[in-house]
Write a protein that binds this ligand. Structure first.
Ligand code: CP
Length: 308
């Protein structure tokens, strides 16, 4: 039994296996409809979510399992002052696997130290979001056919965006990734990532403020929203929230096979007119998220379809 707290908890081989298994499930979902019969997934969401929680639940249901849980701290005994450790210990009496989202960095790691069932970090503060990273990697693999030798522009709130932090870490193990970090100075990626990922591995990267100047180079643009909930004051959020809005005009000089990704939710950073452009992959990305979570649940519970 293992937990998934940080994207680096998975080796490249394990990620390859999950992507391959997700592909098999996409091709033949009927073969996987009963593999988690009598198994229970608990979704403990102390912070809002649409995609992550519901895709975990849909994933478990499509594997024939059951789901239980809560979607806000207010509807759990956390509202009475219960610790994350005690909540996890209690839920481990009812479930076989837990997916936990929490506003505090490290909360799923703490929970994992108190239970003997697998814990999956479904997003902890501004830190990590490993299952979004798996979703992003599956999307890139499906849309671009490879996970190496790509120029990727990360655009928006690179300071607080946990999906960006996790994806940068995961991609640092693939050859030939050219990183272009597009953000206002105040929203650049944290220093610890620059030191621990880029500098430690000798990876070069480019930091720019305008997306227009790098658009023609990009194979992928990974848009992100400015994370209002992590700002210390509203005035800064209001000043920075519309720093980047990707619209059809900005795509004029982009490659024809650019893939536009966004972990969603979107606020204002991609014009809805872009949604109909064949390069827009963000709703496909939502769909891939369910399949990679099916593969992850199966792998962490040690279940297989007969054919696998
Ligand atoms: N991408 C993502 O984490 O979306 P939710 O916040 O809706 O789960």
């Amino acid at each position: 039994m293992r937990h998934l707290i940080d994207p680096m908890d998975l080796s490249v081989e394990e990620i390859d296996h999950l992507i391959e298994l997700a592909g098999k499930i996409i091709d033949h979902p009927e073969k996987y409809r009963e593999v988690c019969r009598y198994k229970k997934l608990a979704t403990l969401f102390f912070e809002p979510s649409t995609r992550t929680r519901l895709s975990f639940e849909a994933a478990m249901m499509e594997l024939g399992g059951n789901v239980l849980g809560f979607s806000s701290a207010d509807s759990s005994s956390a509202a009475k002052g219960e610790s994350v450790a005690d909540t996890a210990r209690a839920v481990a009496c009812y479930a076989d696997i837990i997916a936990m989202r929490h506003p505090k960095e490290g909360a799923p790691l703490v929970a994992s130290q108190y239970v003997d069932i697998p814990i999956i970090n479904a997003g902890d503060g501004g830190h990590n979001h490993p299952t979004q990273t798996l979703t992003d990697l599956l999307t890139i693999k499906q849309e671009k056919g490879r996970l190496d030798h790509l120029t990727i522009g990360f655009c928006g709130d690179l300071k607080f965006g946990r999906t960006v932090h996790s994806l940068i870490k995961a991609l640092s193990r693939y050859e030939g990734i050219n990183y272009i970090l597009i953000s206002p100075e105040e929203l650049q990626i944290p220093e610890y990532l620059k030191k621990e990922v880029f500098e430690k591995k000798g990876i070069t990267y480019q930091e720019v403020e305008r997306m227009e100047e790098v658009m023609p180079e990009l194979d992928i643009i990974y848009m992100t929203r400015v994370q209002r909930e992590r700002f210390f004051n509203e005035a800064d959020y209001i000043r920075l929230k519309d720093s980047y809005i990707l619209d059809m005009d900005k795509l004029k000089n982009a490659k024809e096979d650019l893939a536009i990704l966004h972990p969603l939710p979107r606020v204002n950073e991609i014009s809805v007119k872009v949604d109909d452009d064949p390069r827009a992959c963000y709703f496909k990305q939502v769909n891939y998220g369910k399949y990679i979570r099916m593969a992850l649940i199966m792998t962490m519970l040690g279940v297989k379809a007969d054919e696998d």
